[in-house]
Design a protein around this ligand. Structure first.
Ligand code: XLS
Ligand code: NI
Ligand code: NI
Length: 442
């Protein structure tokens, strides 16, 4: 490989300088090498860059084309541009100090005229990525297939009314699984952006869900057949681009996976902005996934409270992230998952430096949230409050209820003869909110 000159010549690798620094291109909280509980911060947080936003995002919106112009986006052929772009990407991964990245097949390699041509392009870029991974030590957190941009997928991929499209999507995912496997990907993600409907007038909902389940079973079988050990992940989202997406949120995803015998093969990749689009908090979705032992990975971003779509912003809301980190740490962490910045620059943020400010801000916010969450857990005040709040289920008839050892007849007798009227206790919400602020703001 010829050594390319720098694509970010003015930016040095981002260093940790501590909370007091005035340098806007330094970490204030994220110290990748700091050891916490026997593991480095880098190992705890497992940050990842999303190739599609960082290196394919142009700032285009429905009202105008891209504003973000990168010097490496021109060249002899789509393939040579794809390779130079990937060189730039890996230079960025190194300078921003992320250990991981994620991609869709079509992010890294151009679509060809036929599936065979697309596959050949992908193979070339996978070889290029392999060399860059080896040279830099950056790893693949997950791969996925883009089954939503091309017009063939306008009515869905696995839920398309035409079996021909289903077959094409299967062939594409086969190749994307091969690519992810070849690059040592630690997970593989399914986000069904077009797996849903615009109107029930033209949709057989039950049949489409059956087909989606068939598709995922085929994916499980194929992944196993090639020896792929990574975790398979479903990424729920309620809507956008489709009016109604079948894996609306974690709860409906769990019901779907259980119904079709898929639950043991999948976990969830949770995205902050998808949670809020579904009318939930980020922490809610984490708690639901954790309750089912299915917390897999995080697409780290944020929505805008005033806008009703997936704005995919970098999250600097430390309070929201501290609550999320408490739930993640209590659940035992993310395992093979990580914190992937599925987040994009605003349309006017056109400088290469903005890519750095955005990511380092997100990393610092998560690092600070991680430290706050560890403090909250170590102090045990919230946990103590919860334990006390539910203590009546720890002994006596409460324990018998939890263990399902009593029924309505016994409880009826107990209340009439012995317990009488319950004495309500305060939920203490305001007290707890104040306590939380003490951790977040000191
Ligand atoms: C879109 C999704 C998408 C997935 C990967 O809203 O978040 O980016 O993460 O297909
Ligand atoms: Ni996502
Ligand atoms: Ni999203």
């Amino acid at each position: 490989m010829k050594k390319a000159s720098s694509h970010f010549p003015r930016i040095r690798p981002i260093a940790y300088e501590g909370p007091a620094t005035r340098n806007a291109l330094a970490f204030r909280h994220y110290n990748p090498d700091e050891v916490v509980d026997g593991r480095t911060m880098a190992e705890h947080l497992r940050f990842s860059v999303a190739y599609w936003h960082a290196f394919r995002g142009t700032g285009a919106d429905p009202f105008g084309p891209g504003t973000i112009l990168r010097p490496w986006e021109s060249g002899r052929s789509a393939l040579s541009v794809a390779k130079t772009r990937m060189d730039a990407a890996f230079e960025f991964f190194q300078k921003i100090r992320v250990p991981f990245y994620c991609f869709h097949d079509r992010d890294i390699a151009p679509e060809g005229k036929t599936l065979a041509a697309s596959n050949r392009n992908l193979e070339q870029l996978v070889a290029h990525a392999k060399a860059l991974q080896q040279a830099t030590g950056v790893k693949l957190l997950w791969g996925t297939a883009n089954l939503f941009s091309h017009r063939r997928y306008m009515c869905g991929a696995a839920t398309n009314p035409d079996a021909h499209v289903f077959a094409y999507a299967a062939a594409q995912v086969k190749q994307a699984l091969d690519a992810t496997h070849a690059l040592g990907g630690q997970n593989y993600v399914f986000w069904g952006g077009r797996e849903g409907y615009e109107t029930l007038l033209n949709t057989d909902l039950k049949r489409e869900q059956d087909h989606l389940a068939a598709f995922l079973h085929m994916a499980v079988d194929y992944a196993r057949s090639i020896g792929f050990q990574g975790q398979l992940l479903i990424e729920p989202k309620p809507k956008e681009p489709t009016k109604h997406q079948y894996d609306f949120d974690v709860a409906s995803g769990v019901a779907f996976l259980r119904t079709y015998g898929l639950a043991r093969h999948f976990k969830f990749n949770l995205e902050t902005n998808h949670a809020t689009l579904a009318g939930h908090s980020f922490q809610h979705e984490i708690e639901v996934a954790a309750a089912h032992g299915m917390l897999g990975s995080i697409d780290a971003n944020a929505g805008d409270e005033l806008l009703g779509w997936d704005t995919d912003q970098f999250n600097t809301n430390v309070k929201e992230l501290a609550l999320a980190m408490v739930s993640i740490l209590r659940a035992g962490g993310l395992g093979s998952g990580g914190l992937n910045f599925d987040a994009k620059l605003r349309r006017p943020s056109i400088d290469p430096a903005d890519l750095f400010y955005a990511h380092l801000g997100g990393m610092d916010a998560y690092a600070l949230a991680f430290k706050i969450a560890r403090q909250i857990i170590a102090d045990g005040q919230f946990a103590g409050f919860l334990q006390e709040r539910y203590a009546s289920y720890d002994t006596g008839y409460g324990r018998a209820i939890a263990r399902r050892q009593v029924g309505f007849r016994e409880l009826n007798r107990l209340v009439l003869r012995q317990l009488g009227e319950p004495r309500p206790r305060s939920g203490r919400q305001e007290y707890l909110e104040n306590l939380l602020n003490r951790y977040v703001h000191g």
